[in-house]
Structures are given as C-alpha cells and as structure tokens.
Design a protein around this ligand. Structure first.
Ligand code: DX5
Ligand code: ZN
Length: 220
C-alpha cells in the first residue's frame, strides 16, 4: 500500500497562534512539517527566518522539511542543520554548483532536496538524480501560498518518475503548491510521494480532519 507523506506548510498557519498550530500537526496524521524560507530576492516575498524556525523545532515532533527559496543557499547549510532541519531543499535555479551543494547538505546529516520552478525541465536532473534524496516539483510559482495548481505538473511527475526508474535512484517526489482534495489522488497516481498543503489545510474549518482526508485519499 502506498503511504503518501502529508506535509502541511506552516506558511499558512496562524503565526500569532503558532504553538497551537504546531501541536495540531503533532497530534494529526500529518507526517512532516513543511517550512518555507523566502529571502525577498530569489522570490518576491519574505516569509520568516531562523528565530521562527528555532521556535517551531522546539515544539515540532515530526520530520522538519525545509524549503529554501533563497539565493546562495550554501551560506546557511550549517545553520539550518543546527536548527534541526531533517530535509533541506534548495532551488535548482539558485545553485551554480548544485552537486557540491548536495554533498554539503548530506555532510551535515540532512536529506538533500532540489526544487524545480514550473519552467525548469526535469531533463536538467539527468546527471545528478542519483545524488538527490528528494525532488520538489513546484506546482505554483514559488513565493506565495494560496495560488492555483499548474496542470502541467502531472506530466513533470511522470517524466521524473521515469528518470528515477531508469537511473535506479531512490529519490522521493514532492509536490508543492495548490494541493487540494481535488488533485491529491491523481498526483500520487502519477508518482508523487510527498504532498505539501498550506491553505487547503490551515484555512479549512477542521484542519485535523482535512489532513486525515488527504491521507485517506492518497492511501491505496
Ligand atoms: C510556495 C510555497 C508553498 C506554499 C504552499 O512558495 O513553497 O510551500 O506554502 O501553499 P499552498 O498549499 O497554499 O499553495
Ligand atoms: Zn514550499
């Protein structure tokens, strides 16, 4: 049976009630915490930084999946490791020496992820796929929660799955942006292993139930 990883995105939480929202995720069927770090340079928005991540990891009892939407991520790899990140994802478009960056992330004991903007081709991963623990396919343009899902994502997942199989890699496929109960099952059928959901979870009347629903919909 497929056990899809559900990763609520804390970006959509109520920051004035952050501990409450973290405890909600701890007690839910969610598997990971997805943490979006934006620098206002790589993306046209600023989210939150190290002190907030430190406050989150103090209470979070599940895997910490950090998505760096920042330029020159190499500068902060050690810092994010020290703050308790378990998976550290950098953007393909932000890394001149991606292979070196991936080794540096793993040297700090974290899983290494690579995120692709909607315009970035899966083909570019051909020579580095065996070094990547997780590919995050952006299904919206990064920078904001609550955007609508880009339909071309399904064919990117299928292409990535074929590459992973052809190269005998064990890379996970994460989908980030616009995930709802309308597309979750189809994403998993196409090959997704991890679903990030921000607004769909936190703006729901019952976030705990919404997480269970996503888990249910993607277990078959
Ligand atoms: C977008 C972020 C996403 C975002 C997802 O730049 O990387 O993780 O929080 O939010 P929703 O699920 O609302 O699209
Ligand atoms: Zn994200």
């Amino acid at each position: 049976m497929k056990n899809t990883i559900i990763a609520p995105s804390v970006l959509a939480a109520d920051f004035a009630n952050l501990q409450r929202d973290i405890e909600m995720i701890n007690a839910s069927q969610a598997d990971w915490f997805h943490i979006d770090i934006m620098d206002g340079v790589f993306v046209p928005n600023i989210s939150f930084g190290m002190p907030v991540l430190e406050a989150i990891t103090k209470h979070a009892k599940k895997t910490i999946d950090v998505h760096l939407m920042i330029v020159d991520p190499d500068r902060y790899i050690k810092t994010f490791a020290a703050l308790g990140s378990n998976v550290l994802t950098v953007h393909y478009e932000a890394c001149t020496h991606l292979h070196r960056t991936l080794q540096a992330i793993k040297a700090e004991g974290m899983k290494a992820g690579v995120a692709l903007n909607p315009h970035t081709s899966i083909d570019l991963l051909e020579d580095v796929i065996n070094d990547i623990d997780m590919v995050c396919i952006m299904s919206v343009n990064p920078g904001f929660g609550g955007q609508s899902f880009i339909e071309n994502t399904y064919s990117k997942i299928e292409k990535l799955k074929a590459l992973i199989n052809r190269k005998n890699a064990s890379t996970l496929i994460e989908i980030d942006g616009g995930v709802t109960d309308k597309n979750a099952a189809q994403l998993v059928k196409a090959g997704a292993d991890v679903l990030v959901a921000g607004n769909f979870v936190f703006k729901a009347a019952n976030p705990t139930q919404t997480i269970s629903d996503l888990k249910q919909l993607t277990s078959f």
